[in-house]
Design a protein around this ligand. Sequence first.
Ligand code: PGA
Length: 251
Amino acid sequence: MRQPLVAGNWKMNGSLDSVKLLVDGIKGGLGSVTTAEMAVCPPYVYIPQVAGMIEGTGISLGAQDVNDQEAGAHTGEVAPAMLMDIGCRYAIVGHSERRSIYGENDEFTARKFAAARKAGLVPILCVGETLEEREQGITEQVVARQLDAVIGLEGIGAIGECVIAYEPVWAIGTGKTATPDQAQEVHAFIRGKLAGLDSGVADKVRILYGGSMNPGNAADLLAMADIDGGLIGGASLKPDDFLDIGRAGNA
Ligand code: PGA
């Protein structure tokens, strides 16, 4: 039985005041989330603030990105060990905004994945196709290529110790969610591909859906056999919506 994970990706949003309100709001309703693990991924600068606020609550902490290097002359970057140091459990790698806006490719993403693991973080590896790729009918090839870059570098065993997030790029921040069947189809493809390499890993790994997940569609998505939670952008900035999605995972 895979415990659902509902992770909030706050992206580049927030202030000292709004972060306090948001985390207080989430903490206030946490008792009604009985099954899912809840996680938040604030912008780097607010991670210590959030770490202090969520101590002892069971909420997990993650970062939205991480560098592939351990330390040194990498102006503006944050190393995996620094994230461990301030209490992170997760680091998102390969988010489509990193790939498309900042030109990060599969190989760089795989190196980030490896560096995160080496430091003791659990990577949340994002994969997903653009609208153009879906229309060309190459969704599975794209997702397979993104996974293979990591499997090639780190081996299939490493996938058993990470979280995968399937995020169709056309659904992110657009209000256009994949239907539960559309999402399940790709999730089943991912799990099937992994099962071909190691069935234990395929059974164990949590595969989240991301892309305009909200309180109105979460229950139907989470009810699908291979959807083990959500990576939530916009709706994770509203405590009630984020908690609603968490409750949609109640057993
Ligand atoms: P969204 O973002 O929920 O706002 O679509 C999801 C994500 O980018 O992780």
